[in-house]
Design a protein around this ligand. Structure first.
Ligand SMILES: [Zn+2]
Length: 279
């Protein structure tokens, strides 16, 4: 399921899209010279099967790789069983619609620790993920399913946790959000050294395959003592996005890089420019 290259795009429809819908968003991505777009199901799965099928057609035609982001309202660690069940269903449904759209990868947020310690939380999320993957396999849906590294300290999603959740699970790999890792470390993991260690750890635990099939998020970031506060544009943040891009090049990472800055395509174009620059 490798893409054989690195694709860069926006978290949702580019800001400069005139008629704001998914199909026009894909066209705008291509016009801008970008080649990826994440379908944002974050407030619900907002596209019909018909639109998904059309998105598949248009994205293939224009060489745009699609990914998807499952709803924010997911908590696989809720103490209420109906919330856990609904959360798994939302991930399954996101993956299903994304697959119809020809998407390569779907990202989700695991949820909140609540009363759980890290180890227990990892076990619970991992078991849920295994169930999700089994369900998808049963439906013939083939797509990468990825828990994301999270920026808030109350959220399950340190790099170590995410690696432990996916290790050895079929169809599962991490979504690496460098800005979240930066926020979660309260600004300590930033720059070449820190970001190198992130990718070294991914490779050590999951092998080269993970680096050849990476799903990366980046944005400018504001943090506080509990981690992530808000996404910002690169030029309003200390987050060293250029170092993150440099490290992607060093490690020969392939896959998709998505800009989640408020200016979406503004920072996506910066990422693309830095990836293309030699040296
Ligand atoms: Zn996310």
């Amino acid at each position: 399921m490798g893409l054989g290259g690195i694709y860069v795009g926006t978290a949702g429809i580019p800001v400069s899209t005139k008629r704001r819908n998914t199909i026009e968003g894909i066209r705008r991505v291509a016009e801008l010279g970008l080649n990826a777009m994440e379908l944002e199901f974050v407030r619900g799965i907002n596209i019909s099967r018909e639109t998904a099928a059309k998105a598949r057609e248009v994205s293939r035609e224009l060489g745009v790789v699609l990914t998807a982001h499952a709803p924010y309202y997911v908590n696989l660690l809720s103490d209420r069983k109906e919330v856990r069940t609904a959360s798994m269903e939302r991930i399954v449904e996101s993956a299903k619609v994304a697959y119809i759209a020809g998407a390569w990868s779907v990202v989700f947020h695991p949820g909140y620790y609540g009363e759980h310690k890290s180890e227990e939380a990892v076990r619970i999320v991992r078991e849920s993920l295994e169930q999700v993957v089994e369900t998808l396999k049963g439906m013939g849906v083939s797509i990468w399913v990825r828990p994301e590294t999270m920026g808030g300290l109350a959220e399950v999603g340190s790099l170590e946790e995410i690696l432990s959740i996916v290790e050895g699970v079929d169809m599962a790999l991490p979504a690496i959000d460098f800005a979240h890792i930066y926020a979660r470390s309260i600004g300590k993991i930033n720059g070449l050294e820190g970001f190198r260690r992130v990718l070294e750890e991914v490779e050590r635990r999951l092998g080269r395959e993970a680096l050849k099939n990476s799903h990366v998020h980046m944005s400018g970031m504001e943090y506080g003592e509990r981690g992530e506060r808000a996404h910002r544009n690169f030029d309003e943040s200390e987050f060293d996005w250029a170092a993150a891009v440099e490290v992607l090049k060093e490690f020969g990472v392939e896959g998709v890089v998505i800009s989640e800055s408020p200016n979406l395509e503004g920072d996506a174009l910066k990422i693309l420019g830095a990836l293309k620059a030699s040296g």
